[in-house]
Every structure is written in C-alpha cells, then in structure tokens.
Design a protein around this ligand. Sequence first.
Ligand SMILES: [Ca+2]
Ligand SMILES: [Ca+2]
Ligand SMILES: [Ca+2]
Ligand SMILES: [Ca+2]
Length: 290
Amino acid sequence: MDRAAQGHQQTGVLIGDEKNMSLSSSSPPASWETLKATDADEGEFGRVWYRILHGNHGNNFRIHVSNGLLMRGPRPLDRERNSSHVLIVEAYNHDLGPMRSSVRVIVYVEDVNDEAPVFTQQQYSRLGLRETAGIGTSVIVVRATDRDTGDGGLVNYRILSGAEGKFEIDESTGLIITVDYLDYETKTSYLMNVSATDQALPFNQGFCSVYITLLNELDEAVQFSNASYEAAIWENLALGTEIVRVQAYSIDNLNQITYRFDAYTSAQAKALFKIDAITTTAAPRWTPPW
Ligand SMILES: [Ca+2]
Ligand SMILES: [Ca+2]
Ligand SMILES: [Ca+2]
Ligand SMILES: [Ca+2]
C-alpha cells in the first residue's frame, strides 16, 4: 500500500543559495503546518516525527526529526550540477503506526558565482599572419564559458601581456585584432597571455595563451652593398673576362636576388657588356675588334 496516499499530499517550494543554503531560516511551505495539524491526538501518539522518505540522493539534506526543519547536509550544494531537488518528506506518529502524511518539497538552488571562466583551448595559435596585414586585421577569436548564471556567467576578455602594442582584444567577443603595423624583420612571433573574468564578485578568472607567428613577405627594398662600382679595364680585354662583381641584399632574405641592367642603360653599353643574372659578374659581351 502506498503510505503517502494516506496523507494529504501537497507540494512545498524552498529556495536557497548553493553555498550557504539554510532552509530552516527560509519560510517553510504551508504544508509543514498541514503535516503538524494532521495529528490532534494527545500523548505519544500526538507527537509528530519527520523524515525524508525519497529524493535525498547524496545526503544533500537532513530534516530535524521533531520540529520538521529541513536543512542542508554537510556538503554545499552545486547548482551547476543540480539546480533543483525533489524530496518526499513524511510526518508520522510512530514507526509502525498507520497515521502518516507526506509532502513533496521542491528545493530550488539559487546560483552563487562560484565557477571560473574556462577557455575552449589552453592555447590558441594563429600561424602565418601576413606581416603586411594592415591595422584592424582580425587575427583570432578566443572564447571562454562560465556555467554560472547572470553576471557571474558573463565573461570579459583582456590581454595581460605580450601584445607589445600590436594587438588588442574585444572585451566581450574575444576577437583579437591588430592595432599597429607588423614587421617580420623586427619580430617574427608573439606569445600573449589572455584572461577571461566573470562580471560578479569575486570576479573569477580563467587564462589562456595566444601564439601568433608572422609570414615573411617581400616588403623590404633590395639594396646594393655599394652605391657605385668602378672598374678600369684594358681595351684588349678578352671576351668573358670578369670586370666587376656587384652585390645586393634584401633583409627579407626570401628569394635569390637576380640582376640585370636597368632600363636606362645605354644600348651601346648593353652591346658591350653583359651581366650574369645570378653570379652578378659583369663581363664583356664580345671581344672588341681592335
Ligand atoms: Ca554557481
Ligand atoms: Ca562565474
Ligand atoms: Ca617587413
Ligand atoms: Ca619581409
């Protein structure tokens, strides 16, 4: 036989905070009084005892056996694990007696800001960001989640170190953009520490790192080692004799540099000399007939 069916079943609602829940101090449901009122007898059988019949998984709650005050168990509750608990509380005269009544108590657990933001990755990487990327270029988006509700679950992002004035983060979206010109020849990579902070006391924080490497591009001028080169040669120089070797360099250091006479070189000079595109040696094109 369903013992609960003997009593007058009602539902009571209690609300308490997940860390310091003290249900005895909040107003007990009206059905508590109903429980007490169910027994008008005098003497031993007039006493009412209370116990939690069902739903007290993990001993989250206890009830005072004689006054019916429902209290939290020894451990704090965790709203992120369980935001409500349904208990069946029974009032009875005697272990074996037939007079008993039960009530359903729903305990709603209110949120406390006790979770820290957690990034979806410990490290985010953006490899090969073009060094010529202009100001305002999107680099990467970081994201952290916080299981609390309200402001305690809202996250603000900040770059703590490593940006060196080149990067900024949108505090609400986590988007990192460039705020200055980059230069592979000055610095090839950046390692930043980024925080996510929730927006309620005690402002819990989570952290991640962001690694950015730059892509070297051909953005640097090619320069000759000397501003000019001079050579004095015999008029009867043999064909193919080296005259002078020019040398140029680029700090991009990406490709082999090739050489040629520029457009202003006279046709006469071009007829007399050639330059090796790779080895950079200028030599007579042919032996003059004199
Ligand atoms: Ca919480
Ligand atoms: Ca939080
Ligand atoms: Ca550069
Ligand atoms: Ca470069």
